[in-house]
Design a protein around this ligand. Structure first.
Ligand code: ADP
Ligand code: MG
Length: 323
């Protein structure tokens, strides 16, 4: 079953950035208000993720590495209303199958914490440990036992760039959490976690973008749409500056991007894409997040109704700005 974990790892873990996405989403699910990530060699040789979340109970630390172990779905009906980031119970098993994983974790109620070391899916050590409340994961030597995957890793700087983008995107969707990404002494991302989206945008994109934002606020029976769109002059030459969240989960949706772009279409020049950070809150029962392990491609009921709502929300922001 070690082989099947290695194969499954390919779906969840494609590069260091995907490891970090999974670990950080777990930290968010654990209620952390502070999450810090440190990397070496673009995360290939070393990734450390520390959170101040709930921690894990002594009895749960080993189970967490089993495939399909998840503490997040207790009953089948819960699948209908998944609001946590992860719920498949595949990430830790997959990551541990292709790397060395050290875990230190402690709950607020526990008298001591736990240390676990797993290498290539095999437990090397499980013992009590003194540590603060929360969880730290250290991942070393990603893909050491899967040379075919290792070969596809890019240069350190390129992998670090993917990590930086991934963490920035997660940070923009969770302005109530402080995120910090370092590569040695270099700080790549640092958001305040003061629950102000504009401050998070400022930390990630800087002063110029901040001076060109328009606020989006829209609500109907099904959707609440909020966030910021850039003024037409803040448009970019690619879609890397577009971040969309459904119930705080980052997703890519051409249909929604297109709806935003349609609202701008008379104002934007060709080959320009508006800047936006938009949150859509939908009743979780209308969202089917159980689509792909990477979970970035969330399907939702009635996409055309939603894209119309996005079009209206953005048009409203644009017209109130031009008054
Ligand atoms: P999933 O997130 O889909 O449940 P994972 O493989 O990502 O599956 O994680 C397995 C389990 O390990 C989680 O359900 C959770 O109980 C526990 N866990 C993982 N990371 C953390 C963390 N940072 N803090 C607390 N619990 C965690
Ligand atoms: Mg998870």
């Amino acid at each position: 079953e070690n082989t099947s974990n290695k194969i499954a790892a390919g779906e969840v873990v494609e590069k260091p950035a995907s490891v970090i996405k999974e670990l950080v989403e777990n930290s968010i699910d654990a209620g952390a208000s502070n999450i810090s990530v440190d990397i070496r060699n673009g995360g290939i040789s070393y990734i450390k993720v520390t959170d101040n979340g709930s921690g894990m109970e002594e009895d749960d630390v080993e189970i967490a590495f089993e495939r399909h172990a998840t503490s997040k779905i207790k009953r089948a009906e819960d699948l209908d209303s998944v609001i946590t980031m992860g719920f498949r119970g595949e990430a830790l098993a997959s990551i541990a199958a292709v790397s060395s994983v050290e875990l230190q974790t402690k709950t607020a109620g526990g008298t001591y914490g736990m240390y676990v070391h797993v290498v290539g899916g095999v437990f090397k050590e499980v013992r009590p440990a003194g540590c603060p409340v929360g969880t730290t994961f250290i991942i070393k030597d990603l893909f050491f036992n899967t040379p075919a995957r290792y070969k596809f890793l890019k240069k350190d700087a390129t992998e670090a760039g993917y990590i930086s983008d991934t963490l920035s995107r997660i940070a923009l969707g969770n302005p109530d959490i402080s995120f910090r990404l370092t590569s040695g002494k270099t700080i790549l991302v640092h958001t305040p976690g003061n629950n102000d989206l504009k401050s998070a945008i400022y930390s990630i994109y800087g002063k110029e973008v901040i001076s060109q934002l328009m606020c989006v606020e829209y609500m109907d029976e099904r959707f609440k749409i909020s966030g910021y769109v850039g003024k037409p002059e803040a448009a970019r030459s690619n879609r890397n500056y577009q971040s969309l969240y459904i119930n705080k989960r980052y997703i890519k949706s051409r249909v929604i991007s297109y709806a935003v772009e349609q609202a701008y279409s008379s104002m934007l020049m060709k080959n320009k894409f508006p800047f936006f950070v938009l949150n859509i809150d939908i009743n979780p029962q209308l969202v089917d997040a159980n689509v792909h392990p990477a979970k970035m491609d969330v399907r939702f009921a009635d996409e055309s109704y939603l894209s119309r709502a996005v079009y209206m929300a953005v048009s409203k922001a644009l017209s109130s700005n031009s008054l």
